[in-house]
Ligand binder design. Structure first.
Ligand code: SF4
Length: 247
């Protein structure tokens, strides 16, 4: 039987991975957009919320592309709505696009994305089948800085609409931004992982963001355990049984 270290090596989860965040800061992005940021009132206007809550998939990406509800519209190259199977049982939710995602308009396409793809592949899955991947923010924060609360609130209706359209059977929150938003808590990832939470009526498992995993072999092993827990949670949910709590 393969040891855990061997399994992690097979997954390309070894220490040769390098952190994507912080590389190639956003200086090239600055000033690429000149639109004025809208007022706080515009970010939460009832009309906007109602429009987003009624969006179809056909209209969703174009609406995100045209969004100017927070200041990130001024520095993004491309909005990054999400990718995957719109009828997926699994929904993975990260924080925000990085530089490569901003350039390509797709989430998780840099080194962190390769790690995520490897982990999905080890579960017999890929990003286009039975999985949908989105971020809390659809536009890149300059320099990959931490999202501001006002940006998260402005973008929240899009994520909520995606969840409503997909109706996933399981959500995996990748990192603290997603976990905090969906669970309404400021608790640490370490304290939230290893248990089954709920977003409304959907089981939710918390794990580390892949960009963070690129720095820590120890957390990579834990994150693999979290995905195994997620798989068991989904299987139990589909069968109507209660899932085990730990990987
Ligand atoms: Fe709109 Fe979200 Fe982009 Fe802000 S991050 S401009 S709210 S799509």
């Amino acid at each position: 039987m393969a040891s855990r270290a061997e399994i992690l090596r097979e997954l390309n989860l070894g220490p040769e991975w390098r952190l994507r965040h912080g590389v190639g800061k956003a200086t090239a992005d600055a000033g690429t957009r000149t639109e004025r940021a809208p007022s706080a009132a515009a970010q939460t206007s009832t009309g906007r919320l109602e429009r987003i809550a009624a969006l179809s998939w056909d209209a969703f990406a174009a609406d995100v592309d045209a969004c100017t509800a927070c200041g990130l519209c001024r520095t993004r190259k491309r909005a990054v709505p999400g990718v995957g199977d719109v009828r997926a049982q699994w929904m993975l939710i990260g924080e925000a696009p990085g530089a490569e995602e901003d350039a390509r308009g797709e989430p998780f396409v840099g080194q962190a994305g390769k790690l995520l793809d490897n982990m999905l592949g080890a579960l017999g899955m890929n990003r286009r089948e039975n999985v949908y991947i989105a971020n809390v923010l659809k536009c890149r924060p300059p320099g990959n800085r931490t999202p501001e609360p006002v940006e998260i609130e402005a973008c929240r209706p899009y994520l909520e609409r995606q969840i409503a359209l997909i109706r996933p059977r399981l959500i995996v929150a990748l990192g603290k931004s997603a976990a905090s938003l969906l669970l309404g808590t400021d608790a640490s990832i370490a304290s939230m992982r290893g248990r089954v939470h709920r977003y409304r009526d959907v089981p939710l498992v918390v794990t580390y963001h892949p960009a963070y995993l690129l720095r820590s072999l120890q957390e990579k092993a834990k994150s693999w355990d979290d995905l195994l827990l997620a798989r068991r949670v989904l299987a139990a949910s589909l069968s109507g049984a209660e899932p085990l709590q730990r990987g």
